[in-house]
Design a binder for this molecule. Sequence first.
Ligand SMILES: [Zn+2]
Length: 165
Amino acid sequence: MKTPVCDSDVKAGQLCESCKRRLAEGKITQLDFEVAKILYGINERYNISAASFSKALDLGRVVLILTEGEVGILIGKQGKVVLELSEALGKKVRIAEMQGDVKKTIADIVAPVRLLGVNKIFHEGRELTKVRLAKSDMAQLPIDIPSLESALCSLLEEKVAIAFE
Ligand SMILES: [Zn+2]
């Protein structure tokens, strides 16, 4: 099974120095580690070793689990895997394919709010990604802005600024 942290970290229950650094840089999150541990537990009962878990994003009421592999493996027969994930996390879980075009994933996360664009900008000498959303749809945003910002940071592995235009 592929996860964003080392196999040995999952077994030891703690992150190695290299993964701790990636955690500090926001490239992985505690939630990624949590989901990796849950999946290893599930793998002992149902064989999901072909699964490829990329990232878990906390979207408030829902945790979005992104995979580079087949969505079906992480859903499981009769939805068993997704159900166990949901019970362990105490939230609804959605499994989605990590698309080549990250804009599609962002559009899916913010829906029904319209995504106007994703641009690289320089702010105070640092590069960050500006995610532009339709101001007129703002009330329909499925999650609060700080949670959205941290979910998008984790998705893009970059600093993100959300703008309503
Ligand atoms: Zn590690």
